[in-house]
Design a protein around this ligand. Sequence first.
Ligand SMILES: *Cc1c(COP(=O)(O)O)cnc(C)c1O
Length: 712
Amino acid sequence: MKTILILTSKDVPQFKAEPLQELHAEMANNGYEVIYPDSREDLIKLIEQNPRVASVVFDWDDFGLELCAQISELNEKLPLFGFANQNIVLDVNLADLRLNLSFFEYHMGQAEDVFAKIRQGVEAYVDEIMPPFTKALFKYVDENKYTFCTPGHLGGSAFLKSPVGSIFYDFYGPNTFKADVSVSMPELGSLLDHSGPHKEAEEYIAKVFNATSSYIVTNGTSTANKIVGMFAAPSGSTIMVDRNCHKSLTHLMMMSNVTPIYFRPSRNAYGILGGIPKSEFTREVIEQKIAATPNASWPTYAVVTNSTYDGLLYNTEWIKKTLDVKHMHFDSAWVPYTNFHKMYQGKYGMSGATVPGKVVYETQSTHKLLAAFSQASMIHIKGEVDHETFNESFMMHTSTSPQYGIVASTEIAAAMMKGNSGRRLIQNSVERALNFRKEIKKLRAESTGWFFDVWQPEGIEEADCWPLKPEDAWHGFKNLDADHMYLDPIKVTILTPGMSKNGTLEDSGIPASIVSKYLDENGIVVEKTGPYNLLFLFSIGIDKSKSLKLLRTLTAFKRAYDQNMKVKNILPGLYAENPSFYGEMRIQELAQGIHDLMRKFKLPDMMYHAFEVLPQQEMTPHQAFTKVLNDETEEVYVEELVGRTNANMILPYPPGVPLVLPGEMITEESVAVLDFLLMLIEIGKHYPGFDTDIHGAYKQDDGRYKVKVLKK
Ligand SMILES: *Cc1c(COP(=O)(O)O)cnc(C)c1O
């Protein structure tokens, strides 16, 4: 942090220029970089695009309050120094602004003092924006450069004793190893005991995320979910689980003998996962589910995926009020940023006040959409829990040697989101996503023939968390509840041609998997690929160039498709998988071929029905897993599944949510589940490289799939 901006008007009189030149020399001597913006606008842009700017020095006579207000919007903590000649009249408005502002007068021969104050200001600024744990860690590393108190590798010196170790060391650099501190350093406190700077970090995070208390989890939301579930759902109890859940929750149910009943979400014609309808949260429907499930009783714990995989957020205020369950958990792995933009108000777990008699949990993958190392995750709690008991569950899932780098990055993610600069980061993501959406619509309007579409309300101008209204057609859901679900603008679903809004398949089409392969071969990773839709996330790391590259590549695909290029040329990677099969095939033939298979098998219908009737629960996932461990399983072909109790979770990707859970049996009523699976397998057989990835089903040499079931 050694960059200083100095802003003066164009013609600086000599009595002002001289002291500034002296100051410049002093700064340069001390290794500071000085930049002179051309104008106020230029200065604002410089601050916006250079987070390393450490301070602004400006002429108060020419640039006063208005400049300060603009800077404050970007970063209210940035130290500002006004040089003034006239008497400084401090406006009332100025006092209203949250500013870090000091004044100097134009005098010769005082550069040293002035610079000392600026340096102090910069140091205080760095100290202020740095969160407690990271600060303590950096200080510790700085002070203990030459002692040997880090883990096995001793600050990296162990690596340096080996050729391959040295290569590794050089790649990561010294600080990685110096900061990989052992857990036994009292001055850094402990993650497992929540003491010292670790405790301060969790308190800091709780404040930033509007929680009563927060926990740092160093093994992802996969673990955060298990910690919450293990605490909130004692063995033997009944729990309510979103059927569109992450597999970590299936694992929770395999670890602890709980009886699950499921929230049944809807799906729309595009194959997009819908949300859980309002009725599923009511006492009446829950009672029906309990009655239909052996050993079930009133649930004490419920978990809902918010947002859904396609970026739909719930009206969480309504759910918190309505759902009569003590422990309410929102798995918000994909939306750790909701607290930092007002459009998400009322649509996430930590929003609003505590709910009397209930505890709300929100688990977030900090590493997914904020900036943090992999595995960085947070648990936020609103309401009171017994922290000693909660911590047993926490420790049960946490290594006694947590990675401090992950801890620090989790805390830094919170520090980044604090204040105006954090809100600005999210605002920028939202704007970038909105512009991208508009560009797609514009290209579509201007395009000859087909173009991609965006899944969003008609005619949107402003960014918002758009409500899914029952009367609207764009979303493709039937029987929607009003004021219940909202589309997050940051999650952009692109639609490929082939499916109409009511879900019927058109005569020709371009299945999304082909576009996805093309993007992949051009260095763009798609978040999720559905039958005729592709999901992209506009996280805070997406800049204009990435968003433009995506637009360009989509346009290039259209061109290549319209020219009907050979698969060999447009998808060389796919071609290489089976040159004899793809031989002279052209892209339109490939697209139409897969599309015709989708039509033949009525894919949207099949997908819809597959999730309509759940398989029958024969035993709890835990009981089934116990049988697996006791070797009471055998393998059968997928076709033979009806009437057999599944041993494993079967999870096709897409859509990426469990289709059959351990202990469940596909029966005649739920045979659509099997038909769907068989269809996925069948489609995969026709075109090399287009296999559906099905967890829990194993491909045999003859191309058929086997699954594990319990012995009869
Ligand atoms: C990714 C994800 C998780 C797991 O998070 P990790 O941080 O990868 O362990 C949990 N739930 C949902 C809904 C997810 O998408």
